[in-house]
Structure formats: C-alpha cells, structure tokens
Design a protein around this ligand. Structure first.
Ligand code: HEC
Length: 195
C-alpha cells in the first residue's frame, strides 16, 4: 500500500477538525446523522402545571432548554424582559395571550397548531421544547399580560451616544502625542522661517 502523502494526511486532519467543529455547533446531537428529538405536543388537558418563573428563565436564556434551542429573547421581548427589551425580529409578546388563546400558543411552541411561525419552525423542529418547557413558557407569557413594555429607544440612543463619546475619547488618547508633535513641528518651522 502506498504511504499517504503529507498533503492527504493534512487534509484528513482538517476534515476531522471541521467535523468536530460542526458537531460542536450542532448542539447535543450530530446534525447530519441523527434525527432531532420528537416534538412533545401538549394540550391544555394533559399539560403539566407551568411555572412562570422557570418560563422567564428559559425565555431569557438564564436556564437552558433541554434540547438546546435558542432563548426566545433573541427575537422577542416580553414586558421589560430582554436585552434592550429583547430582540426585535419577532413580535413583542407582552400581550400575546390576549390575541392568541393558550392552545394556539402551545401550538406555536410545538410547531403543531393552526398558528405556525415560519421563522421559529425550523429552529424548534431541530431543538424541540419539552412539554414542561412549553407549560412554563405559557405560564410566563400569561403572567406578563398588561406589563409595561421596555423602553428600547432611550437605551439604544444612550448606548450609541455613549459609544461615540467613548470612541472619541479613545481616538483622542491615541492621537494625543501625534497632534502635539505635529503642532510642535509646525511651530518650530514657522519660528525658523520668521527668523
Ligand atoms: C429566530 C427568532 C425567534 C425565536 C428564537 C423565537 N421566535 Fe417566536 N416568533 C418569531 C417570529 C418572526 C414570529 C412571527 C411569525 C413569523 O414571522 O414567523 C414569532 C411568533 C411567535 C408567537 C406567535 C405570536 C403571534 O402573535 O402570532 C409566539 C407565541 C412566539 N413566537 C413565542 C416564542 C417563544 C416562547 C420562543 C422561545 C421558545 C420564541 N418565540 C422564539 C421569531 C422567533
């Protein structure tokens, strides 16, 4: 058997590293070889009792979903929950239980109801929410009805203004000597010429 060339050994090394990387990114299961876990479809009758506090922790990413789905606040806000009041890609869910009944919301969470989010479906099909997680999230959403919503604009403005001031300060610090030396050179040149 011919010895593998150096190049092919190196290529194999790269392939192994790439596979390890992909496994890491794919979460707890290998995305290409394993089926995602089954959707747990719950109804109001057989739903386990929900805990709004757990729901909030899951929503905010303080607690992890069993199948490693992304936290809701990446795309949604609820009341004042979220970074800058949460993501803006999905609708604000503060009063969602006024628009959708509980069964519809459970349907969204298990990709099985009359209301399906085309954005969420692929994500939470690969990383389904457990029955308990759905119940906790529902309890959290119910508890948030009527809460004041986060005032996002003020924060965004504040942070961007703060950022500009900080950036100016950093630039000023970096260029402080440069300006001085340039100015000194100019002054010296002018003095020389006027002599
Ligand atoms: C990747 C972004 C994203 C993530 C993460 C996400 N959502 Fe959504 N969600 C959306 C979008 C966008 C919609 C609106 C429907 C659409 O365009 O797909 C939506 C719709 C909904 C709705 C229906 C709202 C309505 O008025 O119809 C509910 C309820 C909901 N999401 C709850 C959640 C919960 C709970 C989580 C966390 C488990 C979550 N979402 C995670 C993007 C996201």
């Amino acid at each position: 058997m011919p010895k593998p060339s150096k190049v092919s050994v190196r290529l194999m090394g790269i392939a192994v590293l790439a596979m390890l990387f992909l496994t890491g990114c794919g979460g707890p299961y290998f995305p290409f070889f394993e089926e995602p876990p089954a959707q747990e479809i719950v109804s109001l009758e057989n739903m386990p009792p929900g805990n709004a506090q757990n729901g909030q922790a899951l929503f905010m990413g303080k607690a992890h979903f069993e199948h490693e789905g992304p936290p809701c606040m990446g795309c949604h806000s609820v009341g004042e929950n979220g970074i800058l009041g949460g993501g803006a890609m999905g609708p604000n869910l503060t009063n969602v239980t006024a628009d959708l009944d509980q069964a519809d919301i459970l349907g969204v969470l298990s990709n099985s109801g009359p209301v399906i989010s085309p954005v969420m479906k692929p994500i939470y099909t690969d990383a389904p929410l457990t029955a308990q997680e759905q119940a906790d999230l529902l309890a959290f959403l119910e508890a948030s009805v009527g809460q004041p919503e986060a005032e996002r604009e003020g924060w965004v403005l504040g942070i961007s203004l703060g950022g500009s001031v900080f950036g100016a300060a950093v630039l000023g610090f970096i260029y402080r000597n440069r300006l001085r030396t340039v100015r000194r050179a100019l002054v010296e040149k002018a003095q020389k010429e006027s002599r």
